[in-house]
Design a protein around this ligand. Structure first.
Ligand code: ZN
Length: 415
């Protein structure tokens, strides 16, 4: 029996039925529903000559041994956000199962093929994303902070993990799983509007955006709204407001897909009868190119200094979080692009705004690529998330083609 892409759509509906409700998917990591989804996935590969292993970080691996120990990995995550969609993360796995079935039916592959279900990609319960993949990639270096995390009910992360057989202190031992990995593929819904806007079902992903996140504190002077003349004010909000508008121009000037967001401003004293004394502004800047990301930040800092002078206020920057751009492997991006053209007639190369497990695997030095399938209305992390069934079927076919080519590439000793 060859590839049956329509089976993927049917199985995704089945998973939705089993682990969702009227508000959407409820497969939050480290819960009973998540465990039920993992068991369901186990059932889907039963009957194939694959071996299952759950590693020290809770990642679920299905291994189809090949003639060589070198491995092609296909990955996804079955966990969802609360009230999530029916495709985010699980599409990758269910399509991966279909590819695994086809590969197994063709006899022993030249290289070992593994499907991995990463544990807790979303970080929905404890606020720490990419848990399992960062453990395997060797980039989990925040175990002291992880130990302190609790969910909304006060349950600690180590406790929740232990209930699912995972010892936080040993999670980093999952690193051994990537020892023989030679290539990693991840199919995902785009979660944005680009492919739909272009009228294309599929795209090859160049990499994930680098991110700079800052808290900018503007400090002026609280003063009476009635008695303070306009030219005597030191209005902290004025600086924040100017910057919130200026970042649009900065993004346009730096270009090449730059995005900047002033996601919030908290004003104090925050009453209608006072000039704003402090304005705490949040800024998120993203770019696929490290130099352009640095330019976004430098330009925003310059502009902020200028606005502080104009408004006679002070401004201070504090970095909240940052990550460098992660570029996927160029040979695999080309291969992905070609597979898409072959199956869908046309392809498009695009960056990923969101981070994915693939970024962690790529950071670990393993040649990686992602394929995006069009999201309707660009919506995700909501029950409204959707993709046309015919596009899901094309995605399964294109992933299968990419896997075939990647197996040959790994077997030939590349890169
Ligand atoms: Zn996802």
């Amino acid at each position: 029996m060859g590839l049956q892409p329509d089976r993927t759509v049917a199985e995704l509906r089945e998973l939705q039925e089993l682990t969702g409700d009227e508000n959407g998917a409820q497969r939050v990591a480290w819960t009973d529903t998540w465990e039920r989804a993992r068991e369901w996935l186990r059932g889907k590969v039963a009957g194939l000559a694959v071996e299952e292993q759950v590693d020290q970080a809770g990642n679920q691996w299905f291994t189809l041994p090949g003639a060589s120990e070198r491995e092609l990995l296909i990955g996804g995550h079955i966990d969802s956000v609360p009230n999530g969609g029916w495709l985010d993360g699980c599409l990758n796995l269910v399509a991966g199962v279909e590819v695994l079935r086809r590969v197994a039916a063709d006899g022993q592959p030249p290289v070992t093929v593994r499907l991995v279900n990463w544990a807790d990609e979303e970080g929905a319960r404890f606020g720490r994303s990419l848990f399992g993949s960062s453990a395997a990639a060797g980039s989990m270096n925040d175990q002291d902070e992880l130990r302190q995390l609790t969910d909304r009910d006060g349950v600690s992360l180590p406790h929740a993990l232990a209930e699912h057989g995972v010892d936080l202190d040993r999670a980093v031992e999952a690193r051994s799983q990537l020892e023989n990995a030679a290539a990693y593929l991840e199919l995902h819904i785009e979660q944005g509007p680009v492919l739909e806007g272009l009228g294309l079902p599929l795209g090859a992903v160049l990499g994930t955006f680098g991110v700079e996140r800052h808290r900018i504190t503007w400090t002026g002077q609280a003063a009476h709204a009635g008695s303070t003349p306009m030219d005597r004010r030191r209005d902290a909000l004025a600086g924040a407001a100017k910057l919130a508008l200026e970042i649009r121009g900065i993004a346009a000037r730096v270009g090449a897909g730059a995005v900047c967001t002033s996601g919030g401003v908290v004003c104090k004293p925050g009453i209608v009868t006072s000039v704003v004394e402090t304005a705490e502004q949040l800024l998120d800047q993203r770019h696929l190119d490290a130099d352009k990301l640095a330019a976004l930040l430098a330009d925003a800092k310059d502009a902020a200094g200028r606005f502080a002078e104009e408004e006679n206020v002070e401004v201070a920057w504090e970095r909240i979080w940052s990550i460098e751009p992660i570029l996927f492997h160029s040979a695999l991006v080309d291969m992905c692009d070609a597979a898409i053209e072959d199956i869908a007639g046309a392809s498009h190369r695009l960056p990923s705004g969101p981070l994915h497990d693939a970024a962690e695997v790529s950071r670990a030095g393993i040649p990686t690529v992602m394929m995006f399938v069009q999201s309707l209305r660009g919506l995700s992390h909501t029950k409204l998330e959707d993709t046309k069934p015919e596009h899901i079927e094309l995605a399964v076919e294109a992933l299968d083609k990419l896997a075939t080519d990647a197996i040959a590439w790994v077997a030939a000793g590349s890169p």
